[in-house]
Write a protein that binds this ligand. Structure first.
Ligand code: ADP
Ligand code: MG
Length: 230
């Protein structure tokens, strides 16, 4: 099974923290991610960017840098002609931040339409008392400010996942407040369930966050992930 292979290769690398290089884990559980690839050469970055329609997002990929934006490690809306410079700049920033950082490369990713979407977070933490606790809330920059989150013990049933999308304070935002289209709350609930299955299948995953899971009118996209394994 693909997910097992990915987690075992992590063990071999002796890492306990993972970032977007773990995106494939989500794929393996049917959680949709934007089209993207990790490359370790600016020429390859351009090739991937050219395959993607329109501008792209570029992100530093390093298990030592899990809060990428904090070091300027995320570039949104990069045009093809700027891909080379963006690549070099991301690597430079990473090295300046931590000279001995293990840099795996740069992720070149399709842009997600944030204007018509809502950034949410789906996560899991293992609680010593309750076991794996699934979390859902508003994502992006709001997550720390608003602390608008809700929790259930995994594995989460369909109706529990559905409840989670309804009980955060920002629930009206998901259902089309201020003239916006409602987003795919069923897709969110399904993602919570799929993630809950993943962490149930793999007790070695100690914590995991998809932030943001962008909820769009016609689906959801997991744009960023980080996790810790034991
Ligand atoms: P980190 O959380 O490590 O800083 P993210 O990958 O979450 O890095 O990117 C930070 C922010 O950049 C996201 O919350 C989102 O607002 C924006 N972003 C990242 N990837 C995309 C994308 N593919 N399309 C549109 N916006 C993106
Ligand atoms: Mg993020």
């Amino acid at each position: 099974e693909r997910a097992r292979e990915i987690l075992e290769s992590v063990k071999e690398r002796d890492d306990t923290r993972l970032g977007v290089e773990a995106m494939e884990l989500l794929d393996a559980y049917g959680i949709e991610t934007p089209h993207g690839e990790i490359v370790d050469d600016p020429g390859d970055a351009l090739e991937v960017a050219e395959e993607i329609d329109g501008n792209v997002v570029m992100k530093i990929v390093s298990p030592d840098i899990l809060h990428k934006s904090d070091i300027g490690g995320v570039k949104v809306g990069v045009e093809n002609e700027d891909v080379f410079d963006a690549y070099e700049d991301l690597i430079t920033r990473a090295k300046n931040y931590q000279p001995d950082a293990n840099i795996l490369g740069v992720q070149v990713q399709e842009m997600v339409d944030l204007d018509n979407g809502v950034e949410t977070i789906v996560g899991m933490n293992r609680d010593p008392q309750f076991g794996p606790l699934m979390m859902f809330g508003l994502g992006g920059i709001f997550v720390e400010i608003l602390e608008d989150t809700t929790f259930r013990v995994a594995p989460v049933s369909e109706s529990e996942a559905d409840e989670m999308t309804k009980e955060i304070d920002a629930a009206p935002m998901l259902r089309g407040a201020r003239g916006n289209d409602p987003v795919d709350t069923e897709g969110i609930a399904e993602t919570i369930q799929r993630l809950s299955q993943l962490v149930t299948d793999f007790p070695a995953i100690l914590e995991l966050d998809i932030n943001p899971l962008v909820a769009l009118p016609d689906g959801v996209k997991a744009v960023d992930v980080r996790l810790t394994v034991d």
